[in-house]
Design a protein around this ligand. Structure first.
Ligand code: GDP
Ligand code: IMO
Ligand code: MG
Length: 419
């Protein structure tokens, strides 16, 4: 059997958590392959809302395995809080959640470094979630990291102290005040909780399950425009958010990848700094933010809003090898008289559909669509959607050459149209 991948095609927050939860019944395993507590994946069902940061979005379904893969960076303090917030008995979660021994740990000093580094950048800051992501991946790549498997060793505390001391020496170079004890709060308790879980070389487990005919869904975090290689660098995160990241982040070989589901909003949002050519800085942007409740699931920051950017979507489809598109938040655009879509850019006076190197000198060229109105959240059949929305969908499919097979019309599990 092959493993399918679900990932974001924009700047994150496309609705990955919601859709993973919706399609989990078709799978045996849901596995997160990169990112860490910078992610905030929201799920809604039975009038309850949950936000997951590290735990895969299949966790609420019975009899499904969830794996935190080797490509993820884990903050034990966040892990502990998240486990406690699930409202599920610990014994049940332990049965269905496995952590890769090879996943790197986010240490309290990584969060201090993140904060000190961002502060030193002043106006040029990335707008990081300050969860320690960049410094933790830096340690991983420079071969200085501590990994989940290390927490089981008898000299773990000694190694923790050595790593912390090394970083504290670096932090001294910044003019940054901090209280280490405050940053360490909950961290060691989190390590204790993690030690109760199955910690293993999960690449064996996942490949064995595929060989037995089980179905795996790889869940991405962030989005393609935040990818370390292909995103709007340097305003990106520190991991490969693209489909290739599922191979390195889980140990699943490329030939065992099946469908690649690319998810996008009917418009575009971005939280944090960096170029955003279709950003709306006017009242329309404000209206989208209000209608879509566009505030970060991890930091609560207001998300920047703008029109859908098709050259970027097409680029993301190419880089990821997307086979099916899922469109979310169609309901949010209901009531906007005219809807615009960016179809190309003007770069240095020339029209192009290619993304420029730095992303930031692209002037969008728009096509206008007549909007739709009314409450569409109760619609469950594609044919019942307003004609103008179906035209919008049809245009996106033609532009990208990829079918839109799920249309999400609200945050709840039920508010989903599967074609
Ligand atoms: P993720 O990071 O990709 O999982 O997305 P987030 O959870 O950070 O942000 C998506 C937000 O939109 C969450 O608040 C979801 O509950 C909500 N959402 C998802 N799909 C829809 C939809 O189709 N319509 C509306 N109105 N909200 C949605
Ligand atoms: P999900 O999985 C949206 C953004 C941050 C910042 C940049 C770098 O919920 O879609 P980092 O904390 O990684 O150093 O931040 O990336 N960012 C996200 N934006 N959704 C996310 O995750 C994000 N994770 C990171 O706002 O601009
Ligand atoms: Mg999110």
């Amino acid at each position: 059997m092959n493993s399918d991948i679900l990932l974001g095609l924009q700047w994150g927050d496309e609705g990955k958590g919601k859709i993973v939860d919706v399609i989990t019944p078709k799978y045996d395993v849901v596995a997160r392959f990169q990112g860490g507590p910078n992610a905030g994946h929201s799920l809604e069902f039975n009038d309850k809302k949950y936000v997951l940061h590290l735990i895969p979005s299949g966790i609420f379904h019975p009899n499904k395995l969830n794996v935190i893969g080797n490509g993820v960076v884990i903050d034990p303090a966040v892990f502990k809080k998240e486990i406690e917030g699930l409202g599920l008995p610990l014994g049940e979660v332990i049965k269905k959640l496995i952590i890769s021994s090879r996943a790197n740990l986010i240490l309290p000093v990584h969060r201090i470094l993140d904060a000190a580094n961002e502060k030193s950048k002043g106006a040029k800051k990335i707008g990081s979630t300050l969860r320690g992501i960049g410094p933790a991946y830096t340690d991983k790549i420079s071969r200085n990291g501590l990994r989940v498997g290390d927490i089981l060793s008898t000299n773990f505390k000694k190694r923790y102290d050595e790593h912390t001391a090394r970083h504290l020496a670096t932090i001294e170079r910044y003019n940054f005040e901090f209280d280490l004890a405050q940053y360490e709060e909950g961290w060691f308790e989190g390590v204790e909780i993690m030690a109760k879980f199955r910690i293993e070389n999960s690449e064996y487990l996942l490949n064995n399950l595929l060989d037995q005919g089980k179905k795996i869904l790889a869940e991405g975090a962030q989005g393609t425009m935040l990818d370390i290689d292909f995103g709007s660098y340097p305003f990106v995160t520190s991991s490969n958010t693209i489909s290739a990241g599922a191979c390195t982040g889980l140990g699943i070989p490329p030939k065992k990848i099946g469908e690649v589901f690319g998810i996008f909003k009917a418009y575009c949002t971005r939280v944090g700094n960096g170029p955003f050519p279709t950003e709306l800085l006017d009242s329309t942007g404000e209206d989208i933010r209000k209608a879509g409740f566009e505030f970060g699931a991890t930091t609560g920051r207001p998300r920047r809003c703008g029109w859908l950017d098709l050259p970027k979507l097409k680029y993301a489809i190419t880089i990821n090898g997307v086979t099916q598109l899922f469109m979310t938040k169609s309901d949010v655009l209901s009531g906007f008289g005219t809807i615009k879509v960016c179809t190309s850019y003007i770069v240095d006076g020339k029209e192009t559909t290619e993304l420029p190197f730095t992303f930031d000198n692209a002037e969008p060229v728009y096509k206008e669509f007549a909007g739709w109105s009314g409450d569409i959240t109760k619609i469950r059949k594609f044919d019942d959607l307003p004609g103008n929305l179906k035209d919008y969908i049809d245009y996106i499919e033609k532009y990208t050459g990829v079918p839109i097979t799920i249309v999400s019309v609200g945050p709840d599990r039920e508010e989903t149209i599967i074609r």
